[in-house]
Design a protein. Structure first.
Length: 75
């Protein structure tokens, strides 16, 4: 199929990246608030800035979609 699709001016602005983060890699003040939790999921923008930390992967994807962002998993 040869049809053009308009992706808009900059579709990358709406993409966020979801990745698992070990709580031991977070600042101590954050670790202190997370007793007995080994990992969280981080939502990052295209430049790598962390936008949010959530408890599970499903919540990270839901959070992104509720804010009209397109989540992509990062390994």
């Amino acid at each position: 199929m040869d049809s053009k699709f308009d992706f808009g001016d900059n579709p990358a602005e709406n993409i966020v990246y979801i990745r698992q983060v070990a709580t031991s890699s977070l600042p101590q003040e954050v670790q202190d608030q997370l007793p007995d939790i080994d990992s969280l999921y981080a939502v990052h923008d295209a430049e790598g800035e962390r936008l949010a930390l959530v408890r599970d992967r499903r919540m990270a994807f839901t959070l992104a979609r509720q804010n009209e962002l397109t989540p992509v998993s990062v390994h």
